[in-house]
Design a protein around this ligand. Structure first.
Ligand SMILES: C[S@@+](CC[C@H](N)C(=O)[O-])C[C@H]1O[C@@H](n2cnc3c(N)ncnc32)[C@H](O)[C@@H]1O
Length: 376
């Protein structure tokens, strides 16, 4: 480790400790011990955002002056695009969809604090990614207590090499983390660093009663929040959403299906609606809409000289298009169920409860069925 690395790391952890993100001295000690750059040896992509244009990704390599300081900025660093492209061997800026990253340290450490671990607990991590959070868990609990699952074999191998180079040997599993890892159960804690639409029953089955599951729950309208559930029995876990509008990349098998051919959006009767599609701009309202119709995705289309906000359930073909006509919000809908009716009903219930924010929401999973409610 170079002096520059030590100085940059000390500066970052001092800041995260002073701001209250890191509170437990044991996590502070672990954060001071683990060099983040060891998990970025194949480089990372720096995102270039330009208004009205797709995000470009500029590769940053270990030989670049920006590489080490970038590793100690409190930012998520994309390490893989489109399931196969890494910064190593990429020259100019490119476009793509991020498929693996090193999560920003403040969020990694906040989640580890929220996990409420105690000495010698066994932890199952879903989404090894670069291995940085796996290293923190290994440093704190001992690598024999850490199992980490990554769906992408090459990502897992890179993480394994980085962990080994620092002397950590947790159990790394390549596979779908939604299945958990039965071979090494039971766990005291489960932590997911990829997002899920539903907390899998497998995690509950593999966690001891009283154990904690910490995962970001969200949907295809891109609203999500961190949830902490306590396992009550093999069949059931219950808990709350936390705060921070936390989002992660979705677990790969739960990614939304492509749009394909659109239905005839001119079919169906137009009617006025008491709620406007402008509510889609509100994080909590969008979360409530997802609860009403979990399979919908959004597409904003220029049609008939206006913007139509289309919500489409690709699998069933149910759809709604909301837009402003004659200065009022109106909606047309079609398909096997009324998407907008469901949304209106759920939003009305939420508004009648005083539009609580997500920290007032409860989550439970019983026999594989998830339900999210809020206090009326
Ligand atoms: C945000 S990254 C993880 C960040 C990581 N904890 C770190 O500190 O670098 C999310 C990772 O989850 C992985 N992932 C996505 N779906 C998964 C699944 N079903 N099971 C296991 N890993 C998955 C992705 O390949 C990606 O590497």
């Amino acid at each position: 480790m170079t002096d520059a690395s030590l100085a940059l790391r000390a500066e970052l952890i001092d800041r995260l400790t002073a701001s209250g993100v890191v509170r437990d001295p044991a996590w502070e000690q672990a954060a001071r011990a683990v060099p983040r750059e060891a998990f970025l040896r194949d480089g990372y992509f720096s995102a270039i955002h330009q208004p009205g244009a797709p995000t470009q990704y500029q590769p940053v390599q270990p030989g670049d002056a920006a590489w080490l300081p970038g590793a100690y900025r409190d930012e998520s660093l994309v390490t893989q695009l489109d399931g196969n492209t890494t910064a190593a061997g990429t020259s100019g800026p490119i476009q793509g969809a991020p498929t693996s990253s090193s999560t920003l340290p403040s969020l990694v450490l906040r989640m580890l604090e929220d996990l409420h671990v105690e000495e010698d607990m066994r932890v199952l991590e879903i989404g090894t990614g670069t291995g940085y959070s796996t290293a923190l868990l290994s440093e704190r609990l001992g690598d024999g207590n850490v199992v980490s699952i990554e769906v992408d074999k090459r990502v897992s191998i890179r993480a394994g090499n980085a962990l080994t180079s620092l002397g950590y040997h947790p159990e790394l599993v390549v596979g779908d983390g939604l299945l958990g890892h039965k071979e090494s159960e039971p766990y005291d804690r489960v932590i997911a660093t990829c997002q899920v639409t539903d907390v899998p029953q497998n995690w509950i089955d593999q966690t001891k009663p009283g154990g904690i599951i910490l995962a970001t729950v969200g949907g295809w309208l891109h609203s999500s929040e961190l949830a902490r559930l306590t396992v009550i029995s093999e069949r059931e876990a219950r808990g709350h959403l936390l705060t921070g509008n936390v989002s992660f990349m979705l677990a790969r098998p739960q990614s939304p299906p492509p749009f394909g051919l659109l239905p005839d959006l001119d079919a169906g009767d137009e009617r006025t609606t008491p709620i406007g599609a402008d509510l889609l701009g509100d994080w909590t309202a969008r979360f409530v809409m997802q609860l009403a119709a979990p399979a919908i995705q959004r597409l904003d289309l220029p049609r008939h000289g206006r913007t139509e906000h289309v919500l489409l359930d690709v699998e069933t073909g149910a759809w709604a298009a909301a837009y402003i006509a004659r200065e009022r919000w109106v909606v047309r809908q079609g398909g096997p169920y009324e998407v907008w009716d469901r949304i209106e009903e759920q939003i009305a219930r939420w508004q009648a409860s005083g539009s609580p924010d997500l920290s007032a929401f409860q989550i439970s999973v019983m026999d594989g069925v998830q339900s999210v409610t809020w206090s009326e």
